[in-house]
Ligand binder design. Sequence first.
Ligand SMILES: C[S@@+](CC[C@H](N)C(=O)[O-])C[C@H]1O[C@@H](n2cnc3c(N)ncnc32)[C@H](O)[C@@H]1O
Length: 211
Amino acid sequence: MFNLWGGDAGSVFFDGIKSTQMPVYLRTRGIIVDLLKTRCQAHEVVVEIGTGNGVFIKCLQTVLPSDAKLVVIDINSNEINKNLASLPRDSNVKFHFGTIDDWLCENKSAQVVVIVCGTLMWFPQTQVDDLFRTLSTCGRVSHLCISEGVHPSITDNKKSIPGVGLFNHYHNYKYLLIKNGYEIIESRLFPPPIETPRGHTYWTAIARPTR
Ligand SMILES: C[S@@+](CC[C@H](N)C(=O)[O-])C[C@H]1O[C@@H](n2cnc3c(N)ncnc32)[C@H](O)[C@@H]1O
């Protein structure tokens, strides 16, 4: 993962999608924004895994209370540094260079809402499985919010489908969430919002660990 996203590849990717990002995000991630606005508790930390160029967190900053606790995690130090430089010094967003596992270790008492969007489709299935299990068993996650590209035929497959010509994967998130002890409290399936040769749809869901 560090090899794939850690250097210039990440920045090239983000420059390519910059102009289409915001309208797509606002349309497909609405249930996540609503959850954070209405059901997120004041003591909870909102943690985004794989923030990339930070567009979604900046969008969240405009709708959440100014004292909301926001943490963004990424393994791409270039993007972390660019994000840091673009936010005011007194911003309530904290950046973590690394993975959610080491952030959870360093922040042992934090109660969290986890967001992960457009990131898990670049993980192999075993890594998504491990992540879902870690988050459902750590006892500190109230909600897991995801919005990812999915393949129309994935509902019948427990095994993820490899992306064509890319190193991404289409996972059966519903299967992986339930297998790892989550209850899906809300979900929406979207048609492809942008012209894409990948032909995937987007699935956005809010899940709650039941363990
Ligand atoms: C396609 S971008 C998604 C960006 C953004 N979340 C969005 O809404 O479009 C994937 C991001 O995840 C980061 N990433 C990949 N593996 C990661 C991991 N294990 N932990 C944290 N970030 C990771 C990459 O560096 C990259 O910035």
